[in-house]
Design a protein around this ligand. Structure first.
Ligand code: GDP
Length: 474
């Protein structure tokens, strides 16, 4: 049953000491022959840049998307609007939103949830509300492929500009087809044909010229050509034959998230597969929770969000990040396990990036609100340890909590360093010296070892660190 540390290391072709060290960094003590918990197998492998696949019935988060053909049902297209600044992305989205029945239904108030849905002759089109390729690329960088069609807005009086070209490149990199909206045709200097000619150079060629891109002339300001554009988007979508399984376990991506004063963490997600319902247990990135309510783009509570539906989730325990994948779990226990694993992994990454704490950077960490000072104390006699303990206990700990996580008589050893590294502690040596091995591993692990001969000096240093006045290390 399971895999031992030794077997795991062998499978990955790394020394088992390396695996043990990484486990230790996570606060887990293991020997070579011990069996590793599954979450540790995945976590450590991922940490080492490797992928493992654990095969077990509980492993719900590794569902393979193998929907059979008959499970797949047509789904609406998801559209992102891109283009050069000031070419009319925002205006176009506004015009589109007000073109449907949405406006009259909501009494003229458009609820902002990060995406909108428009009804076009009984068919739905979903628009991601954040226009521009930065958001699009940031999402893609996180593995979130949420766009089926890109609407490229080009102002007819300005033509192809640098960000137009960037948008084309991003859409192409993502393999997403481009529908061109030639905007501002109401303007006196507008030349829609010149826009077509200019785009040919970048491989965006109108269908009427033998290319594969659909073009529509519009005026976002005068709300002209909007219906034509929406129909063209649907035509493009038909070519793509977009489908998804609405009966699967729901999953998709977070497109926006924030902390709402009254409602707590709120995440707008785009459902890509399955149907999301109130009461579902959801993991989104590092957060999880039970869906308390679902809110649609019109601000109404809804009982189901299907593939390509954007919907607000209420009930998550914390705020996820845009681009995070979300997924429904059958067991709350599994959801919590996965979310906590991800939190731990993020902490590990952060810790690695940051190096370990030293007395010198304690002050900046106090300012960041991280106010724990962990200490490993080694001393020549027990009396010195007690003296230090008493002195620390008397210090004002309202801003910085001083935790002695280990104190013992003897020199500073490699084990002390490993412990300090694992718990982000500083080592205080009183009338003792580190071994050569301890020195080396402290350097490697970036653990701060401070050696003192006089008690009050140690106390002064800790005190000074607390208030951010520490003299440079001697
Ligand atoms: P974005 O930066 O791409 O989001 O562009 P905006 O939607 O903010 O539009 C930039 C400017 O162009 C604004 O002053 C709009 O009023 C104007 N604009 C947008 N669409 C049209 C249009 O169809 N015709 C005219 N004349 N002006 C437009």
């Amino acid at each position: 049953e399971g895999v031992t540390v030794g077997e795991f290391a062998e499978a990955l072709g790394v020394p088992s000491s390396d695996v043990i060290k990484r486990l230790f960094m996570l606060g887990q003590a293991f020997t070579v022959t011990q069996t590793m918990p599954e979450e540790m197998v995945e976590l450590i492998a991922d940490d080492m840049g490797r992928k493992v696949r654990i095969v077990s019935p509980e492993e719900e988060y590794a569902i393979v998307y193998n929907d059979s053909e008959e499970d797949l049902k047509p789904r609406p297209p998801v559209v992102t609007v891109m283009g050069h600044v000031d070419h009319g992305k925002t205006s176009l989205l506004d015009a589109i939103r007000s073109s449907g029945v949405a406006l009259s239904e909501a009494g003229g108030i458009t609820q902002h949830i990060g995406a909108s849905v428009v009804n076009v002759q009984g068919r739905q089109v979903t628009f991601i509300d954040t226009p521009g390729h930065e958001a699009f690329t940031a999402m893609r960088a996180r593995g979130a492929e949420v766009t089926d069609v890109v609407v490229l807005v080009v102002a007819a009086d300005d033509g192809v500009m640098p960000q137009t070209v960037e948008a084309i490149n991003h859409a192409e990199a993502a393999g997403v087809p481009i529908v061109v909206a030639v905007n501002k045709i109401d303007k006196p200097g507008a030349n829609p044909d010149r826009v077509r000619q200019e785009l040919v150079e970048y491989g965006v060629i109108p269908e009427e010229w033998g290319g594969s891109n659909m073009f529509v002339n519009v005026s976002a300001k005068k709300k002209e050509g909007i219906d034509d554009l929406l129909e063209t988007i649907l035509l493009q979508a038909d070519v793509l034959e977009l489908k998804a399984n609405p009966d699967a376990i729901a999953s998709g991506f977070v497109i926006e998230a924030n902390l709402d004063r009254g409602r707590g963490p709120v995440a707008t997600v785009l459902v890509q597969r399955g149907t999301l319902k109130p009461g579902d247990v959801v993991v989104a990135g590092q957060s999880y929770g039970r869906v308390r309510a679902l809110v649609d783009p019109r601000g109404n509570h809804t009982k189901a969000a299907k593939p390509s539906d954007p919907v607000e989730i209420l009930g998550l325990g914390s705020v996820p990040t845009a681009g995070d994948e979300f997924r429904v779990f059958e067991e709350e226990r599994d959801a919590r396990k996965l979310a906590e694993e991800r939190q731990m992994r993020a902490r590990l990454k952060e810790q690695e990036a940051r190096g370990h704490v030293s007395l010198d950077d304690l002050f900046s960490r106090i300012e960041e609100g991280m106010a724990d000072l962990n200490l490993v104390v080694k001393a020549d006699v027990q009396g010195s340890i007690e003296a230090l303990r008493d002195a620390f206990a008397k210090m004002d700990q309202s801003e910085v909590r001083i935790n002695i996580i280990h104190a013992a008589v003897g020199g500073v050893t490699e084990t002390d360093v490993t412990l300090a590294a694992a718990s982000d502690a500083i080592i205080i040596g009183f009338n003792v010296r580190p071994t050569a091995g301890a020195r080396k591993s402290a350097e490697r692990e970036k653990v701060d070892i401070r050696l003192y001969r006089v008690i009050y000096q140690a106390i002064e240093d800790i005190n000074a660190a607390r208030v951010g006045m520490l003299a440079p290390e001697i």
